[in-house]
Design a protein around this ligand. Sequence first.
Ligand code: BES
Ligand code: MN
Ligand code: ZN
Length: 459
Amino acid sequence: MSRVTTLLPAAEDGAIPIRCVDAAGWPAVAAELPPLAAAFARAAGFEAKPGRVALLPGPDGALAGVLFGVDAAGTDPFAVGRLPEALPEGTYRLEGLPGDPALAALAWRLSGYRFGRYRERPAPKARLVVPAGVDAAEIDRIADAVASGRDLVNTPANDLGPAEIEAAARALAARFGAACTVIAGEALEQGFPLIAAVGRASPRAPRLIDLTWGDPGAPRVTLVGKGVVFDTGGLDLKPAAAMLLMKKDMAGAAVALAAAEMAMGAGLNIRLRVLIPTVENAVAGEAFRPGDVLRSRRGLTVEIGNTDAEGRLILADALSLADEEAPDLVIDFATLTGAARVALGPDLPALFTEDDGLAAQLTATGLAVHDPVWRMPLWAPYGSLLDSKVADLNNVSSGPFAGAVTAALFLRRFVSAAAAHVHLDLYGWNPATKPGRPEGGEVQTARLVYALLKARYAA
Ligand code: BES
Ligand code: MN
Ligand code: ZN
């Protein structure tokens, strides 16, 4: 993916104006246009409806301007993301834009992302002069971090195993002077038995990545990301249709790394820690089995009801480690359950936390930065659905109900000392292209968490 920005920080002479226009304003705009341009727009069938684009000729036949239909209320802050693809190479500026100009500039860049690892996929070349007052460098940092995360999610498992996620984390650490240690082998077996068990069937060794950055005396924020590089389901094998997209089962790890890249790039006043348990949930003779009982890092014994509920197992041991230093805030990111998608669909990650203030702040921030989440309940009475006859708890509920809630309740059992814990169950994928959101891997909630941390801990 090209990290060449299409944003220009300062006003440039000769930038082609993109005139944003809604239905009510269109007659007045048309009256102001040179008659030839207005006639051409009408002849081309332009209507001032959201998303419509018309190129306007100058007297010499050159491109003199662009009409862009908008919704006056600015309902979709990423609507501008349609433009780069629709416009020829050139330098443009926005006029009369409703809504947040920073989000519009961000959408411009995010829509230009292409996953080009295996085939050339040229990105649109239209450049935008950022609207006045918008920090182009900050938007570039955010967009670059999103692109890095999307690349990780899009890279198939044959080229992205636990070692490659480790390499990505080490590269990020090196860039920002962070420390990065990795626990594998015997130390993983001893200290993180659930991670070791889930990863045992793969020839690509499981590991726990531990990155730390920032002032040790600053508020402690720990991000934990599910890094299952491929989820076959294990011995409880997924059917083909359910397995097809499971290269994205490390999206939680990609989100944690992307959010960390934004936070470190902005120099936030936190002691940041990123924990990534990364494994391949494979099938082999050594695979962990249904009915196995495993003793977790925390000491709780877990009966395996289903090897396909592997994410919560590896997160449990990583969350236990996070919790041991009683941090101020722990946020975990995971493609954890199909049930969360049934409840909220692919575009709306589920948020779980017992902290009402934090839930409200996250929900509002998500709407403000167009990276939404929706709260679901940690309904304690459902905790008994995880009861086991032989162990402290089972990794799944035996019934079909409230699967995202029981998964969240399972994770809760491994966090007690942290001042606050947030669990985000996300899809990590755009099923179809929308403005600013090209089809493919997506680091949902990375920008949201960065915005939350910035609001709480700005440098
Ligand atoms: N990675 C899947 C969850 C998933 C599936 C996320 C599809 C996004 C899209 C997870 O490891 C899983 O398999 N969960 C099971 C849990 C069940 C066995 C209790 C699920 O959701 O079916
Ligand atoms: Mn699974
Ligand atoms: Zn999984």
